[in-house]
Every structure is written in C-alpha cells, then in structure tokens.
Design a protein around this ligand. Structure first.
Ligand code: OAD
Length: 243
C-alpha cells in the first residue's frame, strides 16, 4: 500500500508514540484473533463459557483445557514482521509506550521492552484465593493448585467482568494523555477501557493512526487509516522513515 505522507510525517516527528495492539497483530504469527468470524477463537468457542470467573468456578478443568490449548498455540508462535517493526519503531522515536491487549507474549519475544500487558499474560498462573502470581505449581494436573494455600490456580489473564490490573491501567491512562501520536494496530476497538485510550489521546491533541484490515469504531476518529495486514503495513511504514 502507499502510506500517506502525512502519516509518515506524524511518525517521523512524534515525540511520544502510544501503540495499542490487539490480536490482529499476532494473527500473522498463527495466533487466532477473537472476533474474526471464521478463524477467530470465538468462532469455535463461547468465550462466556470459558473466560469469566463464573465459568472457572463452574468448571475449572474445562477452562484450564482451553487455556492450555491457547498456551501451546502461543508458545509455538514466533513474532511476525509487525512485532519486529514495533521494536524498530521504539528505537527510532524519543519515547514509545506499547500497550497490548494480547496475552501471548509475542511482543516480548520480538524484543519489545516495558510492554504494558493490559489483559495480563497467558503464561502466568495466579492463586485464585491470594491473587498472587505463582511460579512453582505442579502443572501435570487438571487444575493446578497453589503450593501455599492449596486453592486452585487460574491463568494470569483478565476475564470478562474483571478490572484491568491497577498498574497497567495507570500506566496506559497516563501515557495516552501525554502522547502526541496514537497508533492503533490490529484491534477491533470494541473492548473498554482499552478502546477509550484513543479518545484520551485525541482529546489531548494527539494524531491517531489506525492499522487494521477493516473499519472499527475508531476509524472515523482516526487521522489516517492504513488498511492492510500489520505484518506488511508496519514494516513499510518504518521503511519510509529516515532510520
Ligand atoms: P478482535 O478479534 O476483536 O479484533 C481483531 C482485529 O484485528 C479485527 O479488527 C481484525 O480486522 C484485525 N486484524 C486481523 N488480522 C489482522 C492483521 N493481520 N493485521 C491487522 N489487523 C488485523 O481482537 P481484539 O481487538 O484484540 O479481551 O480484542 C480485544 C479484546 O477482546 C481481547 O483482548 C480480549 C477480547 O475480549 C480479554 O480477553 C479481556
């Protein structure tokens, strides 16, 4: 695609870039998105039966089977050119805040640092009772148990109806109000509060660039809509910069 000159200038001149990524940035690594009709996770499963506190209390073994399947998928995945382009971008701009809704760890695997995991991390285990990360649990059981209190462990991700962890939320809200460029990549902009971060940036005068395959609720508020695969558009955008 030919990237508008204005979008290139906005990135070139940015002092603080806020990047918000969604599952679309991992799609080219073979990790399913959520809402894509045919290939998305939700085409096969009902998330409300799997990704809620009630679902876990109702059938923890079923929920663990789903998350183990997602862990295996994510563990086999490798970062794609979109992830790698964001590592390059962080080296180019004076300040970059990367907030991801993804839990697959691919940004970190690509070399991104200080990744703000807005929805937690698939590979973490947390004690359901004590709400602390547990690293030394026996994994070879249907429902791993906390070695400290004996209660069930849960995957360290945010479920429907749960609050975003305080630290990632504070970091993201602060950065969204300070950035001068907001880059939304591969997200349907459907889930709050992540979907509200762009509004915060725009209300503080930031330019908005969206990279997606389709229109989203953010599209009409974006200054530039780069329609295409993030694994192609992001490297092309970086190649336009005087690196
Ligand atoms: P969605 O599945 O809702 O949206 C993925 C977006 O990425 C869609 O708009 C696709 O068009 C786009 N997309 C797919 N492939 C792409 C590609 N190669 N390049 C660019 N864009 C592409 O996933 P999210 O927006 O990440 O929350 O969903 C947000 C949250 O909803 C998730 O974090 C999850 C879910 O509830 C929790 O689990 C708490």
């Amino acid at each position: 695609m030919s990237i508008p000159r204005g979008a290139i200038s906005a990135v070139r001149d940015a002092q603080h870039v806020f990047v918000l990524t969604g599952s679309g940035v991992s799609a080219e690594s073979g990790v399913p998105t959520f809402r894509d009709a045919q290939s998305g996770l939700w085409a096969k499963y009902d998330p409300l039966q799997l990704a809620t506190p009630d679902a876990f209390l109702n059938d923890p073994a079923l929920v663990w089977r789903w998350y183990r399947w997602r862990r295996e998928l994510a563990a086999r995945a490798t970062p794609n050119p979109g992830h790698l382009a964001l590592v390059r971008l962080a080296r180019f701009v004076p300040q970059l805040t990367l907030v991801t809704q993804n839990v697959d760890g691919l940004h970190q695997k690509a070399g991104s640092r200080d990744v703000v995991e807005f929805h937690g991390n698939l590979f973490e285990n947390r004690c359901l009772n004590e709400n602390v990360i547990v690293t030394d649990a026996a994994e070879c059981v249907d429902v791993p148990l906390c070695p400290d209190c004996g209660g069930p462990l849960r995957p360290g991700v945010v479920w429907f109806g749960e609050a975003i962890p305080a630290k990632p939320l504070e970091t993201a809200i602060a950065a969204s109000s300070q950035c001068d460029l907001f880059l939304s990549v591969g997200t349907s902009s459907a889930v709050w509060p992540a979907a509200g971060l762009a509004d915060s940036a725009a209300s503080n005068g930031a330019s908005i660039i969206e990279i997606n395959l389709e229109a989203t609720p953010l599209t009409s508020d974006s200054h530039y809509n780069l329609v295409g695969k993030s694994g192609e558009v992001l490297p092309e955008l970086l190649d336009c910069l005087p690196l």
